[in-house]
Design a protein around this ligand. Sequence first.
Ligand SMILES: [Zn+2]
Length: 191
Amino acid sequence: MDIGPYSFEEFLERATAFHGNPAPGLVIGGYMVEVAKSRLSEGTIFDAVVETPKCLPDAVQLLTPCSAGNGWMKVINWGLYALTLYDKYTGKGVRVWLDPARLEAWPEIRAWYLKLKPAKEQDKDRLLEEMRRAGESVFGVRPVRVKIERLKKKSMGTIGICPICKEGYPSKDGRVCRKCQGESLYMEMES
Ligand SMILES: [Zn+2]
């Protein structure tokens, strides 16, 4: 089955170029995005919510104008393989998820999704082939209304200059920036 404007093979190439490898999660995510898109009425200006940070956000970024950087896609980490596309103004949209109850006929997809075997025992070719053949048949689809107020971007507020590192930072974080408050990710290195 095609994935939006792409044949399955073309999508694997696009996925590899964008994501580094044709990750199964990105491939099945491609189908999920297209199912959600197909259920919105023509011309809907939509935003996206993705309920896992793994793979699925890249499917949205490949197939829609929504990205983490432009703010039209929100990623929440519920660990659920699900996404919603919804009308930016009304919140009306469609949630699509990978449904374990629909995986009886697809043992490789089921084993991958439920982590029933170690990654190195996975037969990736068979897994992708099952995904190609299963297409949309393995998804739950439900109309939803998103609480858009909850997803509104919070303003950074005013920007100050951190007295320690001299970088700009949100003043509401305190007297110095979060990096200088001891949350640093970085080890000291000799310059
Ligand atoms: Zn600082």
